[in-house]
Design a protein around this ligand. Structure first.
Ligand code: PEP
Ligand code: MG
Length: 322
């Protein structure tokens, strides 16, 4: 079985009826990029840059960040690389901030909010990213967006970073794409407005589930309620995909759901064509893609979205997966 999967590494990812499906990899700082390419990933769909900031007392400076991002872009040899700007807070608290007395870190200064509250930290990263963008097709992705003003403020900081690099006579990339993560229900419901300012969106289902169902993703006492198949989660995902299709902008999923082969057909049925996942899952998901008739799955989409609870979704899913 393992050997058979290995044989799929260079097989083009497309459904039985010939629709191409993009399968990308989620990576962290120490990921082996040769392995990513050799497993046939179409690129990096999520690079979690915050790992450069964790487990240390100081902040990585612009040069250190530039080198790290450049290394990934070069290592991917021309394939697209999506680098998420620092997503700290919540479950990823850096040492210099772990004394915060927020009553609820998950609803506090986190993701893009923290960046906007610490503009020097943000500018430094944006400058490093703009410089690194000269070494390959870079997509920059903003985490934890909840309102449009955060997109506008980010674009403002990006413009300031460009101007300061130009001032310093430091070369940078002009053509990087800017996308946002949709992982807050309020952003999912209003994503069409975000899409006017962004080049792409990616759905972070790990957080989207947590915030939609009010279930902490790391709390065992409520883990039985953390359910990707809750109809509310599926409706939000379907709504984001629909809005992105309508806006003619790419949409992907980079949460754990994207790497679960039991959910591949479900996501295809909801219209998803771009997945980003842990590398270890890529060939398993590809195998499901290759055996899927898109037309058969899409006819189930309406039923899936009308399901009254996760139990009914599971029944439909069993049908879909046979
Ligand atoms: C997510 O929330 O689905 C996601 C991909 O981001 P993270 O797991 O890093 O919060
Ligand atoms: Mg997230």
């Amino acid at each position: 079985e393992k050997r058979r999967l290995q044989g799929l590494r260079s097989t083009v990812a497309e459904t039985r009826d010939g629709t191409p499906i993009e399968l990308m990899a989620n990576i962290e700082v120490a990921t082996d990029l040769d392995l990513v390419r050799n497993n046939g990933a179409a690129g990096v769909g999520l690079y979690r840059s915050e790992f450069l900031f964790l487990g240390r007392d100081d902040l990585p400076d612009e040069e250190e960040q530039f080198q790290a991002y450049k290394q990934v872009l070069e290592g991917m040899q021309g394939l697209p690389v999506t680098i998420r700007t620092v997503d700290l807070g919540r479950d990823k608290m850096p040492r210099w901030a772990d004394d915060t007395d927020s009553p609820n870190p998950a609803l506090s200064l986190t993701g893009v909010r923290l960046c906007l509250a610490e503009p020097m930290l943000f500018r430094t990263q944006l400058r490093a990213l703009l410089r690194a963008g000269r070494y390959g097709p870079l997509r920059l992705m903003i985490p934890m967006l909840s309102c449009l003003a955060e997109v506008e403020q980010t674009l403002f900081h990006l413009e300031q970073a460009r101007l300061s690099l130009a001032d310093d006579g430091i070369p940078y990339a002009e053509d990087i794409l800017i996308g946002g993560m949709i992982e807050v229900p309020g952003a999912a419901l209003t994503v069409s407005h975000f899409l006017k300012r962004l080049d792409f969106v990616s759905i972070g289902t790990n957080d989207l589930i947590q915030y939609t169902l009010a279930v902490d993703r790391g709390d065992d006492s409520v883990s039985h309620l953390y359910d990707a198949l809750h109809p509310a989660v599926l409706q939000l995902i379907a709504g984001v995909i629909r809005a992105a299709d309508k806006a003619n902008k790419p949409v992907s999923i980079c949460g754990e759901m994207a790497g679960d082969p039991k959910l591949t057909r479900l996501l295809l049925a909801l219209g998803l064509r771009r997945f980003s996942m842990h590398l270890a899952q890529l060939l398993n998901v590809k195998q499901v893609v290759l055996t899927t008739h898109l037309q058969q799955t899409t006819s189930l989409a309406t039923k899936l979205l009308k399901a009254e609870d996760a139990g009914r979704v599971r029944e439909l899913l069993a049908e879909l997966n046979t």
